[in-house]
Write a protein that binds this ligand. Structure first.
Ligand code: 5CA
Length: 171
């Protein structure tokens, strides 16, 4: 008897993922981004936790941060290196308006995900997306994939291209 059943009889990897993580996997496929969402044994709720769980530096973790334009009310998504703090004045100058931080419930409405698991794409609303140029120095970065344990690894240049993110300096 074969110990390795054919691929057709095995569930795909994503079948064992929570619904939120599966949605991220599907959104990636729609963008033509070849990633594998995985659930880690340890929490990845913050950049620091994710770096530990993934065995990479904090700088290689993608923080997906939602802001609102003070004037327009328009939602913005900033993809920021885990080791960087956003200089809101500098980013505001780039975006053309000052920014506010929405509360957790608003972030959930806009993205479809809870804070700690917000992915860099596949959101409920259209989010004008910018990416921290410091992320582009790495061969591989890791981002959240819908839950506080789900992540995926990706070439940051491919992430930028797939999301159409504008490359900015956030610090
Ligand atoms: N999974 C990790 C690594 S990929 C992650 O999602 N990190 S994160 O940085 O993108 O998400 C946590 C961020 O959510 C924090 O940096 C913080 O800026 C933001 N945040 C935390 N609490 C709130 C809150 N109550 N309202 C709005 N934003 C919040």
């Amino acid at each position: 008897m074969s110990l390795s059943p054919s691929a057709a009889t095995l569930p795909s990897v994503s079948d064992s993922l929570p619904d939120s993580a599966q949605r991220v996997q599907m959104a990636a496929a729609q963008l033509g981004l070849d990633i594998a969402v995985r659930e880690m044994a340890h929490p990845t709720r913050t950049a620091e936790e994710a770096a530990l769980a993934c065995g990479v530096t904090v700088g290689q973790i993608v923080k997906s941060l939602v802001f609102l334009g003070s004037t327009s009310g328009k939602p913005y998504l900033l993809l920021v290196s885990g080791s960087n703090r956003v200089n809101e004045k500098g980013v505001a100058a780039h975006l053309g308006e000052t920014l506010t931080r929405p509360d957790a419930a608003t972030v959930r409405d806009l993205t479809g995900y809870a804070i700690g698991g917000i992915p860099p794409f596949g959101h409920a609303a259209m989010l004008a997306t910018s990416i921290d140029r410091d992320l582009l120095q790495y061969d591989v970065v890791w981002a959240a994939a819908g839950t506080p344990r789900a992540v995926f690894r990706v070439d940051p240049n491919k992430l930028q291209a797939a999301t159409g993110a504008v490359i900015i300096t956030v610090t």
